[in-house]
Design a protein around this ligand. Structure first.
Ligand code: DAU
Length: 354
C-alpha cells in the first residue's frame, strides 16, 4: 500500500492540514460538482479550488455565483479530454483532483452514445495521466450506482460485479475500470465514489425530479415511463457532496465507496409527492409514456462501507423533497432560460412521439 502523503487525515488520525491546499474540481459548474464547490469553500477555509469545466449544456455559472467572488475560487474553461486544459487547471501543482465532469443522462446516452464514451472514459484516462505526471496526491472518481446494473433483490456492495446496461452506465463503468487499473498498474492514488440518484437545487431539468417539478409549476403534464414502478434510492445533493468530501479526506486509496441516501421510492410515489407539493392532480397532470429501452427496474446501494468510514446522510427525504420543490418555485429565473433554450429541441425529440 502506498503510504499517505502529508496533509490528509486518515481514519483515527486527527491532523489539521497546513497551508492552502489546491484542489481541481472538474465539472464544477454542474449539479453535484457545484454543490461540492459551495460546500468545500464554505467548510474548508484552507482549500482553494480551480474548477475545470467544458461548459456543455448542463453546466451553469449561476450554480457557483455565491462563491465565484471568493479569492479561493478560480475557473478554467476546458474539456477533461484536453491534456493542455487539464495542465492549465493544475497550474504547476494540486493536491487533489475530484472528477465530476461527465455526460450523465441515460436518455441522452440512448439518443447519442459517442460523447459519453469520450468524456466518461477518455476524459477519465486523460485525468489519470495528469495525476501520474504531476504527482497529484489524490484522485476521486465520482461514479454512479448504475454501474452495478439492475438490482432485483438486496443491495449492491462495492465488490458486486459491474453489469451496466445503458451506454451511460457502461461509459461510467469503463471510467471506473480505468481508475482501478491505474491503481493496480501504476499505484496511482485513486478513490471511487458511487452515488445513488441525487436531487436538490440547481439540477438541470432533464432528470425525473426537476423535470416533473418544473413541468408541474408550468401546468404541463409529466411523462411517467412505463408502469412507473421502477425504484430509485434518493440522496440529497448536499449529502452527496459531503460524502465525496469525506471519502476524499478519509478514504483508503484504491477503495470504492457507495454513497446512498437510503430512500428507496417507486417513481409513482415520487410523482404523487410532487403533485401534492404543487397542488396538481394525477388525472390532469400525469401521462404514461413508452418505457425507456433497457430500463433498469431497481437500484439499491449498500452504503455501509461509507458509514464505517464515518459518513451518514443527514437530509430527511420528505423535507429535502419539499424544500427542493420550494427552491424551483422561488428560482424560476434559474430554470426558465434553460427550458426555453436547447432543452426544447431535446424535449421534443425525447417525448413528442412517445
Ligand atoms: O442512480 C444514479 C444515476 O441516477 C446517475 O448516475 C444518473 O446520472 C442520473 O441521471 C440518474 O439516472 P436515472 O436514469 O435513474 O435518473 P432519471 O432522473 O433520468 O430517471 C429516474 C427514474 O425516473 C427512472 O426510472 C426513469 C424515470 N423517468 C425519468 C424521466 C426523465 C420517468 O419516468 N420519466 C422521465 O421523464
Amino acid at each position: 500500500m502506498i503510504p499517505p502523503r502529508s496533509g490528509w487525515r486518515h481514519v483515527g488520525e486527527p491532523k489539521a492540514p497546513v497551508g492552502l491546499r489546491h484542489w481541481i474540481v472538474t465539472g464544477g459548474l454542474g449539479f453535484i460538482g457545484s454543490a461540492f464547490v459551495r460546500n468545500v469553500l464554505r467548510d474548508r477555509l484552507d482549500v482553494r479550488i480551480t474548477v475545470l469545466d467544458a461548459m456543455t449544456y448542463a453546466a451553469n455559472p449561476e450554480n457557483v455565483r455565491e462563491v465565484s467572488g471568493d479569492s479561493r475560487y478560480r475557473f478554467v474553461r476546458g474539456d477533461i479530454c484536453d491534456a493542455a486544459a487539464v495542465r492549465e487547471a493544475i497550474d504547476g501543482g494540486a493536491s487533489a483532483i475530484v472528477n465530476f465532469a461527465a455526460e450523465t443522462h441515460v436518455d441522452r446516452s440512448i439518443l447519442a452514445p459517442e460523447q459519453f464514451l469520450k468524456t466518461d472514459i477518455l476524459g477519465t484516462h486523460v485525468l489519470l495521466e495528469a495525476v501520474r505526471e504531476q504527482a497529484i496526491e489524490r484522485f476521486v472518481q465520482v461514479s454512479t450506482d448504475e454501474v452495478y446494473g439492475d438490482v432485483e433483490h438486496g443491495s449492491s456492495a462495492e465488490d458486486h460485479p459491474l453489469r451496466p446496461r445503458s451506454p451511460y452506465a457502461a461509459s461510467k463503468a469503463g471510467g471506473d475500470l480505468q481508475v482501478l487499473a491505474y491503481r493496480t498498474t501504476f499505484g496511482t492514488p485513486v478513490l471511487i465514489t458511487r452515488g445513488s440518484n441525487t436531487y436538490g437545487p440547481y439540477q438541470y431539468p432533464e432528470k425525473l425530479i426537476p423535470l416533473f417539478v418544473t413541468n408541474l409549476i408550468d401546468d404541463t403534464q409529466v411523462p411517467v415511463y412505463g408502469d412507473g414502478r421502477q425504484v430509485r434510492d434518493w440522496l440529497h445533493v448536499d449529502d452527496h457532496a459531503r460524502g465525496i468530501l469525506h471519502v476524499l479526506e478519509n478514504g483508503e486509496l484504491g477503495e470504492v465507496y457507495n454513497i446512498g441516501g437510503g430512500n428507496s421510492r417507486e417513481n409513482l410515489e415520487i410523482t404523487k409527492e410532487l403533485l401534492t407539493a404543487t397542488g396538481r392532480t394525477w388525472e390532469t397532470h400525469v401521462r404514461h409514456v413508452t418505457d425507456r429501452p433497457g430500463h433498469d427496474r431497481r437500484y439499491s446501494l449498500d452504503a455501509s462501507k461509507a458509514a464505517r468510514l464515518g459518513w451518514h446522510p443527514t437530509v430527511e427525504f420528505e423535507r429535502g423533497l419539499r424544500e427542493t420543490v420550494e427552491w424551483y418555485q422561488s428560482h424560476e429565473a434559474w430554470w426558465r432560460p434553460i427550458k426555453s433554450g436547447e432543452f426544447r429541441e431535446y424535449y421534443k425529440t425525447q417525448y413528442a412521439s412517445r
